[in-house]
Ligand binder design. Structure first.
Ligand SMILES: [Zn+2]
Length: 369
């Protein structure tokens, strides 16, 4: 390994967040839902699994870790999960739908009782993981834009959409700020672009509105704080093909770069035309940005080799300055708590390949010209 020189540029490599739960944990969640396991018993099993995931992640060579989102009900609904049966309704017509990169489709309930509040904040997950590792931890939070679809029409008496948005931004600010204050290495907003497609496609301004909602949140943070904040664009290229033509990824990227934050975690490896996406990024990137390109595809059973990953990074380096480049996976491996589409071992293999491929590219890109 080359000796680290003073001007050596390191390419950081980060997870998106989720790792599949162990088979035992998925089974335990089921038993808990059936009332045959207490919440305390479930929590014990979750923490045991969490320790295992943190250990394995660190063995892949990852510097920054996540809690694998093992205890989140999903990347989307954790703030309201405990309130769904009291304050939300699924008995409405034309509920919006979220589809993740794995093709899982879920209806989004409608808020029927004001005011809007979170019941769970992401800092809880962070604090639990901090008990078991000294490594830096990233914490993913749901972007307020995604939760804004919980109340699209003013159907609650005396509760305007504007009041709802105020409440939402206040809660989202707490969600992000608490993680920063607790020492998160990064806080990543999960921007589920899938919410834009399908039933809501008619509204062309919706994407703009989502960016504005997220910037209302981000403007509450200083430039220093924004350096620790990022956005992951959850892409649904596969879902688009199956369900309906979605909004173009390029169109989404153009808007996403308007967000007042520094770090972008973007799908790339599964894209049909990476050069087109990279070329667009090269036009959108600002000097204070860092773009983490997706170099592994969680929906593909093939484990990428370190060399394949190295080559994709070298391609990206033609468009993105090396000191603004990072790598990640195209998406989380298990965004919902019952996701079982990929084995845990395969996830670790892909992550290991990402770390190794990133190192290989870093060595080459740091060679004197
Ligand atoms: Zn994603």
């Amino acid at each position: 390994m080359a000796e680290l020189q003073k001007d050596w540029v390191t390419i950081p490599s980060e997870l998106i967040g989720s790792i599949p739960r162990s088979v035992e944990l998925v089974e335990a969640q089921r038993t808990w839902r059936d009332g045959e396991l207490t919440t305390d018993q479930l929590a014990l099993l979750q923490e045991k699994d969490l320790q295992n995931v943190l250990f394995e992640l660190q063995r892949t060579g990852s510097v920054q870790l996540t809690d694998g989102e093992l205890t989140k009900p999903s990347f989307f609904n954790y703030p309201i999960y405990a309130l769904v049966q009291y304050k939300f309704s699924f008995d409405e017509r034309n509920l919006p739908t979220i589809i993740d990169i794995h093709g899982h489709q879920r209806s989004v309930p409608k808020l029927i009782d004001a005011p809007f509040r979170y019941s769970t904040f992401a800092v809880e997950y962070l604090r639990t993981a901090q008990k078991y590792t000294k490594h830096p931890l990233k914490q993913a939070v749901i972007a307020p834009s995604a939760l804004s679809i919980l109340y699209m029409t003013e159907s609650i008496d005396q509760y305007s959409r504007e009041e709802f948005l105020d409440d939402l931004i206040n809660e989202a600010e707490k969600d992000v700020r608490q993680c920063l204050e607790a020492g998160a290495d990064k806080v990543q907003l999960d921007f589920a672009k899938t919410e834009l497609t399908l039933k809501m496609k008619q509204n062309a301004n919706l994407l703009k509105e989502f960016i504005e909602i997220n910037n209302r949140l981000l403007n509450r943070f200083s430039r220093e704080e924004q350096k620790k904040i990022g956005v992951h664009v959850c892409s649904d290229n596969k879902a688009d093909n199956v369900q309906s033509p979605g909004i173009d990824y390029s169109e989404v990227l153009e808007q996403v770069f308007q967000l007042h934050l520094n770090n972008f975690y973007l799908r790339l490896s599964s894209d049909q035309d990476p050069d087109k996406i990279l070329s667009l990024i090269s036009k959108l990137i600002q000097p204070h940005h860092r773009v983490f390109i997706g170099v592994t595809d969680p929906t593909n059973g093939h484990v990428e080799t370190a060399e394949e990953i190295r080559d994709l990074i070298l391609k990206a380096a033609k468009y993105i300055p090396i000191d603004q480049l990072g790598t990640t996976d195209d998406c989380g491996f298990a965004p919902y708590n019952d996701s079982e589409s990929i084995s845990r071992e395969k996830c670790y293999d892909k992550i290991r390949a990402r770390i190794q491929g990133t190192k290989l590219a870093e060595e080459i890109l740091n060679q004197p010209l």
